[in-house]
Design a protein around this ligand. Sequence first.
Ligand code: HEM
Ligand SMILES: *[C@@H]1O[C@H](CO)[C@@H](O)[C@H](O)[C@H]1NC(C)=O
Ligand SMILES: *[C@@H]1O[C@H](CO)[C@@H](O)[C@H](O)[C@H]1NC(C)=O
Ligand SMILES: *[C@@H]1O[C@H](CO)[C@@H](O)[C@H](O)[C@H]1NC(C)=O
Ligand SMILES: *[C@@H]1O[C@H](CO)[C@@H](O)[C@H](O)[C@H]1NC(C)=O
Ligand SMILES: *[C@@H]1O[C@H](CO)[C@@H](O)[C@H](O)[C@H]1NC(C)=O
Ligand SMILES: *[C@@H]1O[C@H](CO)[C@@H](O)[C@H](O)[C@H]1NC(C)=O
Ligand SMILES: *[C@@H]1O[C@H](CO)[C@@H](O)[C@H](O)[C@H]1NC(C)=O
Length: 350
Amino acid sequence: MLALMKLLSLFLLIVAVAPPAAVDGQLKVGFYSQSCPLAESLVRQTVVSAYFNNSGVAAGLIRMFFHDCFVRGCDGSVLLDSTSSNLAEKDAPPNNPSLHGFEVIDAAKSAIEARCPNTVSCADIIAFAARDSSALTGNIYYAIPSGRRDGNISLFFDALANLPSPLSNASTLIKAFAAKNLTADELVTLSGAHSIGVSHCSSFRNRIYNFSSTSETDPTLSAPYAARLRSVCPFNSSLSGNTTVPMDVFSPTELDNAYYVVLQLALGLFTSDQALLTQSSLRTAVNDNAGNGAEWAAKFARAMVKMGNTEVKTGQQGEIRKNCHVVNKASTLWNQGAEKEEVEELVANM
Ligand code: HEM
Ligand SMILES: *[C@@H]1O[C@H](CO)[C@@H](O)[C@H](O)[C@H]1NC(C)=O
Ligand SMILES: *[C@@H]1O[C@H](CO)[C@@H](O)[C@H](O)[C@H]1NC(C)=O
Ligand SMILES: *[C@@H]1O[C@H](CO)[C@@H](O)[C@H](O)[C@H]1NC(C)=O
Ligand SMILES: *[C@@H]1O[C@H](CO)[C@@H](O)[C@H](O)[C@H]1NC(C)=O
Ligand SMILES: *[C@@H]1O[C@H](CO)[C@@H](O)[C@H](O)[C@H]1NC(C)=O
Ligand SMILES: *[C@@H]1O[C@H](CO)[C@@H](O)[C@H](O)[C@H]1NC(C)=O
Ligand SMILES: *[C@@H]1O[C@H](CO)[C@@H](O)[C@H](O)[C@H]1NC(C)=O
């Protein structure tokens, strides 16, 4: 009887410490609390130290989360390197050369692998890093559900097809977000991320040179601002390949609702930013966000969580990548190993 109870309690213990399974494609807050309790704090420590070295990484990491989620879902596909036979998302124009912060993900991943190997997905590390970046730059705190699994496919053309271009008009932006089950209001809310970070000249050159047959610059862009941008970004694009400008002239390093004031003052950098004023419902949302920073911050947190649910792989789907840059070749090796054992067993029984 005692033995049975011992056995039973051992069984219960095992049940209690077993990692919670993500049922029905659901992510959950604290997914790694049993399997890798330090996962979220290791990511936070890595992001904090990278941020204190170079505060610009926070914007890179928030954008990385968006670019991961919009292409094949939040599955870490944006982290996969191109191979000799495949050009990856990472090398598509929306990502290359502007997307950055990969070294922070790598550092977090290696800190985690040292503690709990093969447990925490690269996709979740991006989600945690974006959350921590929002806290650092905007004092925006939220719990982010986890349990995402990593994908094994990353295609150049998927990035081109799913990531909206800065030349997009309002209806194109609304469609791109609707394709990810995000509303027009969430489009406006998430665009507030453009209150931090920088842009290369190439993303808005269309507005400052040869805009149309009647106007050299985009008339919906503040004229003095256009003149300033022209002085920073020369017409000859090969002379300004690496030049960047802050996207929010008021508070370029603070994740806040100043982006919406920027838009109201015709200081939005991209055609796609300006486009948020061209439809009345979007414009109403812009004005609401401009007028209420706390409400916008709460909406931003909710929208980041929702974006983080996009087409996620859970449970037995996908894999936990060992190295965020490459798919697990180990799974193939493991299969070969199994085959080898089977062969040996067969030979032994002959
Ligand atoms: C609505 C459609 C969007 C378009 C067309 C767009 C486009 C762009 C472009 C062209 C850049 C500048 C890249 C460069 O030239 O260096 C940029 C930067 C950025 N975007 Fe977006 N974006 C959009 C939505 C979002 C969303 C939803 C987020 C995150 C929630 C986001 C976060 C960022 C951040 C943080 C940066 C600054 C990156 C840095 O400093 O390196 N964007 N975006
Ligand atoms: C610190 O930031 C610089 C860029 O500003 C980067 O080149 C360097 O690798 C970073 N160092 C660490 C330890 O993160
Ligand atoms: C928006 O852009 C798309 C794609 O370029 C185009 O087909 C559409 O006509 C544009 N819509 C408006 C209202 O300009
Ligand atoms: C959007 O929601 C529908 C219905 O719930 C679902 O079938 C679809 O997979 C979702 N799409 C994305 C991109 O999340
Ligand atoms: C504008 O475009 C025309 C025709 O494409 C070109 O000849 C001219 O040099 C351009 N000028 C500037 C300042 O962009
Ligand atoms: C642009 O600059 C590059 C590098 O200096 C130069 O080789 C090229 O001729 C320039 N192009 C034009 C159109 O001025
Ligand atoms: C841009 O940066 C790259 C890499 O750092 C460098 O090789 C190139 O010369 C730079 N281009 C310009 C125009 O400064
Ligand atoms: C990706 O993984 C799926 C199963 O998760 C597998 O069927 C497929 O062959 C893999 N593709 C590549 C390119 O590794």
